[in-house]
Write a protein that binds this ligand. Structure first.
Ligand code: ADP
Ligand code: ZN
Ligand code: ZN
Length: 735
């Protein structure tokens, strides 16, 4: 085969197109999927070859030569490149930035896929040395020498040595000087495939679980299955059986979860039951650990890959199944940069590979439910809790009759006391961290505001600080009103305030606050969840961190402090969201033999939302919301894209969107509705003015055609340089 004339290279810059280069002089052209070092402007950049070509749109003599090929074998296979292109096309996002999201940091920086390790090995002289004599003068050196003799000629790599003998470096110096040991560099061996073991047996599946399992097993090739199962219904048990099938057939499994740090229980359970440690991919890993997991997934050595959102891009040699646990969770959608949905990309990937995709949730999104209704996805219900646990009972507390002080009403307090006395545990849920959301002047009513955002500063009493939760601004807590000098007081409540009040009401009880403030220390979340699980924490108070998938055996009471936040939300998803968060947190109550109870404080007990939720459950709320969306033509019955802009001058932010709107109107606007530009719901944030333009269509293809025209126009618009702008396809937040 003759060498191609040009390489189409993706470089991490905010431009949609690829860049053309000539292959490295005198060497075979780097195949698609491999990295090359290329001159870019005055620098050298790492790029990924997407394709070969015989022609270029540039003047052929202008095309520069690539400097060096970085991978002997392509890093990415055809399917992985397909996913990158698909992501770039669907989200209208520069392909080089998609590549940057898909690759681990070390590979982005041009490091080798297989790291070179430093080894230490014994020499011939060391082998015949008298260890006993050495031990008398230098016991550490003797200890190390023995280790090295045992390891033989291949030696031990430095990381492994550090694990076995943390102080080896000093001892090694002595051995080097005596000529007993030497160091050398070598590429690490490819890891052995992990072999699944029998693992611990699980419970016998109940009828519903068996039906679901059989339905998925009966499918051939691609299919999307929704395991629509109430909290604690045994969805994970169904996953475990499916995973076992796929592992036994020699293929790999990808599991996407919202946040691994929050669900260490899942990884432990998988390991115990499948007898195999999953390769774990999440943002908390060191760069080299992340690369190692990526490498093992790619080679097929890792049979089970568990990861958060970005793990959807992990290359896999032979995947046989994709599972997305807690499908409804918002963390699957990236909200900045490349605004992709890992769930939707996982489905696209499953389709391309012709393998099943299983989604699980107690509160599925309306998008997924709609696909089930229209027959694209298969819905499998697990309507009852497994293992004999009953569903929790719901009760409303009318705040207009039973007023709350520090956020807690009398009925809720007495319920907490009763559950604790009965040996239970209580979870108090409020999705607002800090002490109070507002600091107000008692005499003139002045409110402490963020100087850079249209928002109030949150009072953080522990740190005596005011913080803006939107831009991160921070200043010392005001002692007096900035306007009139009178005394100020915190208004409303956050988790810190609840914690203080609970300590006053329940002295001697162990109270754990779990939110992103209290859990900043490394390992803090694991320790807190441990206390909660073993039951030594009596009261848990926290944000939605507490609502995710946890199983706290002793927990019997869930109190929802402020349920009204979502009742009158402006976003068309408000009801869906609020129902999801309440059902999820309620699902922590009574998961074992004792009956669970959920108490919801509301100032609007007559709102029909509550009767629907309590009597009909999430299914009723979802059915109502779907009917309403169909009527009002919102997703999933139409398709949306949101064009956002932010600039130091309000006019600039609006002008860009005005121009975009005009451009759309010159195209054919049939089946298209354009709303705006308008100020974003928070018009100023972090010192920038923000505006948005909503593009809606009943025809998905038409919407994407328009975006395809819009993107390059925006990239080339000089006015766009003063503005930060982005395209959000299928936005889940309209602000
Ligand atoms: P989910 O994933 O739906 O929250 P899990 O699979 O974690 O549910 O199951 C909830 C609890 O019920 C777990 O303690 C689990 O061991 C138990 N369980 C699940 N299925 C069964 C079953 N068929 N028989 C007995 N216990 C079960
Ligand atoms: Zn004042
Ligand atoms: Zn701010």
């Amino acid at each position: 085969m003759s060498s191609p004339r040009f390489l189409k290279v993706a470089v991490s810059v905010p431009l949609s197109h690829t860049f053309d280069y000539r292959p490295v002089a005198g060497a075979p052209a780097a195949p698609p999927g491999s990295r090359v070092l290329v001159p870019f402007g005055r620098k050298q950049q790492v790029g990924l070859v997407l394709d070969h070509a015989e022609t270029t749109e540039l003047a052929a003599n202008k095309v520069r030569r690539s400097t060096r090929t970085l991978d002997a074998d392509p890093l990415l296979a055809a399917d992985d490149l397909w996913l990158i292109r698909f992501t770039s096309d669907y989200y209208h996002h520069p392909v080089g930035e998609v590549v940057a999201t898909a690759l681990p940091a070390l590979l982005r920086q041009g490091k080798a896929l297989h790291p070179t390790l430093q080894f230490v090995a014994v020499t011939d002289a060391g082998e015949s040395a008298d260890v006993e004599t050495l031990a008398r003068r230098a016991p550490r050196q003797a200890e190390l020498l023995e280790l090295l003799i045992d390891a033989g000629g291949n030696g031990i790599d430095e990381d492994a040595l550090t694990e076995q003998l943390p102080t080896w470096r000093r001892a090694a110096k002595g051995l080097f000087e005596k000529g007993y040991a030497q160091r050398f560099e070598a590429v690490a061996d490819a890891p052995e495939p992990h072999a699944p073991q029998p693992g611990e047996p699980g419970p016998e599946l109940n009828d519903d679980q068996q039906r679901a399992l059989a339905a998925i097993r009966a499918g051939e090739g691609f299919g999307v299955y929704l395991l629509d199962g109430v909290t604690g219904s045994g969805k994970t048990e169904v996953y475990l059986r499916l995973i076992r099938d796929v592992l036994d057939s020699g293929r790999q499994v990808l599991i996407l979860v919202p946040e691994i740090g929050l669900t260490p229980q899942l990884v432990t359970r998988l390991t115990r039951r499948l007898g195999i440690a999953p390769a774990v991919m999440h943002s908390g890993l060191t760069d080299s650990a992340r690369l190692a997991a990526w490498r093992e997934a790619r080679s097929g050595a890792a049979r089970l890959v568990v990861g958060t959102r970005s793990a959807v891009f992990t290359p896999m040699a032979d995947p046989g199944l994709v599972i997305i646990d807690e499908e409804h969770d918002h963390s699957f959608k990236q909200q900045e940069g490349l605004r992709y949905s890992a769930r939707d990309l996982a489905i696209a990937r499953g389709k391309r590979r012709d393998i099943p995709v299983v989604l699980g949730s107690a509160t599925p999104t309306l998008e997924v439910l709609h696909h089930c209704r229209s027959g694209n996805f298969t819905r499998l219900e697990l309507p009852e809790r497994a293992g004999g646990a009953r569903p929790p009972e719901f009760r409303l507390i009318d705040l207009t009759r039973a007023p709350a002080s520090d956020g807690l009403s009398e009925p809720l307090l007495s319920a907490i006391g009763k559950h604790l006395d009965d040996g239970g545990q209580a979870l108090i849920f409020l999705n607002r961290r800090g002490f109070a959301p507002t600091l107000i002047c008692a005499s003139c009513g002045h409110v402490a505001e963020c100087e850079r955002c249209d928002s109030r500063m949150t009072v953080h009493a522990r740190d005596r600080a005011l913080r803006c939760h939107h831009c991160g601004a921070e200043r010392p807590l005001d002692e007096q009103c900035n306007a009139c000098g009178s005394g100020v007081r915190p208004l409303g409540e956050g988790t810190e305030r609840l914690e203080d009040a609970l300590r006053d009401h329940f002295p001697g009880r162990r109270i754990e606050r779990i939110d992103s403030d209290s859990m900043q220390r490394r390992g803090a979340i694991g320790a807190a969840l441990e206390l909660a699980t073993e039951g030594s924490a009596d009261i848990l108070v926290g944000t939605q961190m507490l609502s995710k998938g946890h199983h706290f055996p002793k927990l019997t009471l869930v109190g929802v402090v402020n349920a009204d936040q979502g009742l009158f939300g402006t976003d068309f998803r408000s009801a869906e969201r609020m129902a999801q968060s309440i059902i999820q947190v309620a699902g922590r109550a009574g998961r074992e033999s004792r009956q669970g109870e959920v108490m919801i404080q509301t100032a609007f007990p007559d709102n029909p939302f509550w009767t629907h939720l309590i009597e009909g459950g999430y299914a009723k709320i979802a059915a109502d919301a779907l009917a309403e969306r169909e009527e009002t033509r919102w997703p999933p019955f139409t398709w949306l894209a949101l064009l956002r802009s932010a600039a130091h001058r309000q006019d600039d932010a609006h002008a860009l969107l005005d121009a975009a709107r005009q451009r759309i109107e010159t195209l054919q606007t049939e089946h298209l509705r354009v709303l705006g530009p308008v100020d974003a719901p928070m018009a100023r944030r972090a010192g920038r003015y923000r505006a948005q333009l909503l593009i809606q269509s009943s025809d998905r293809r038409r919407l994407h055609e328009v975006l395809s025209e819009l993107r390059p126009a925006l990239e080339n618009d000089p006015a766009a340089r003063r503005v930060r702008w982005s395209i959000d396809v299928d936005p889940i937040e309209l602000f």
